[in-house]
Design a protein around this ligand. Structure first.
Ligand code: AMP
Ligand code: MN
Ligand code: MN
Ligand code: MN
Length: 276
């Protein structure tokens, strides 16, 4: 069975390895098919494609689009997209454009909790000045010794109700799915178990996602427990959606799963790659 890892990040978003280093690390971990899925950005795909050809693994051109849905931020993965499609390129540029002002607001919010000057530090850490993410702020707080590690950070900072959280309007779910489909890709709902929805709201999300043209949900991800792998595999099947697998790898020191470290998809759900 080929090993799939369909979710990871490079320095083009909030990962710490270049696209080439991501691909080589994945190849060393016996990944056969890798999707690079940077947040709101496809700039790393060209380097990743070259590295994948050199390493002899298959690269899936991917992206992870930020979306606002019912007061929650959710993420939609796009697989096998044409990253040069003008409508997608323009849409992603628009999303990135809003991130700098958001980063300044995050910094101001942390300042009101007595933590000064984090914008400059986060921006210096970011490999892509258009893409400052909360992960960069988390790394700043770790390096200053404010928190022990990034996991610790997201308990006390940067999340709703805590310092460093600011509301932000991302695009709508239907827009994100439409951009991905227009670019020839498949839309997959990332890490659904992370969203603060009850069972009813989750069913509503899956139905709306499928009706808008979504094809699958991420089933195996470090955001889920092994029990949730089975639950989300069942939910996917019930809603006529396929299943996906990804490590969501960001950094060797931070990530729960290394590249290729996600277990196989449970039985009973159609893999998103079944017709690739
Ligand atoms: P942003 O897109 O700027 O809102 O940042 C979201 C990113 O922050 C995610 O993709 C992760 O890299 C990181 N993140 C969010 N929540 C957590 C968490 N609980 N633990 C670790 N990293 C997190
Ligand atoms: Mn991230
Ligand atoms: Mn995500
Ligand atoms: Mn991700």
């Amino acid at each position: 069975m080929p090993r799939y890892d369909l979710h990871c990040h490079s320095t083009w978003s909030d990962g710490v390895l270049s696209p080439g280093d991501i691909v080589r690390r994945a190849a060393a971990q016996d990944v056969d098919v890798l999707a690079l899925t940077d947040h709101d950005e496809v700039g790393g795909l060209a380097e990743a494609r070259q590295a994948a050809a050199d390493a002899g693994i298959a690269l899936v051109d991917g992206v992870e689009v930020s979306v606002s849905y019912h007061e929650e931020t959710i993420h939609v993965l796009g697989f096998r997209i044409d990253g040069a499609r003008p409508a997608l390129v323009a849409a992603l540029a628009g999303i990135r454009h809003g991130r700098d002002a958001r980063a300044r607001r995050i910094s101001a919010s942390l300042e009101s909790a007595g933590i000064d000057g984090t914008y400059d530090d986060a921006r210096a850490l970011a490999g892509n000045e258009e893409l400052i993410s909360r992960a960069h702020f988390a790394r700043v707080l770790v390096s200053r010794g404010v928190v022990r590690d990034t996991h610790d950070c997201f308990k006390s900072y940067l999340v709703p109700g805590k310092p460093g959280y600011v509301p932000h309007a991302w695009p709508a779910l239907g827009e994100a799915i439409a951009w991905i489909r227009d670019a020839g890709g498949s839309a997959v709902l990332a890490h659904p178990g992370r969203y603060r929805f009850d069972a009813d709201a989750m069913r509503g999300l899956f139905a709306e996602f499928r009706d808008a043209g979504g094809e699958g949900i991420e089933v195996v991800t470090p955001a889920h427990t092994p029990k949730q792998y089975v639950e989300f595999a069942t939910l996917a099947r019930v809603h006529g959606l396929k299943g996906s697998v990804g490590s969501d790898f960001h950094a060797p020191e931070e990530s729960v799963m290394d590249l290729g470290g996600a277990p196989a998809l449970p039985e009973g759900v159609t893999p998103i790659w079944s017709d690739w």
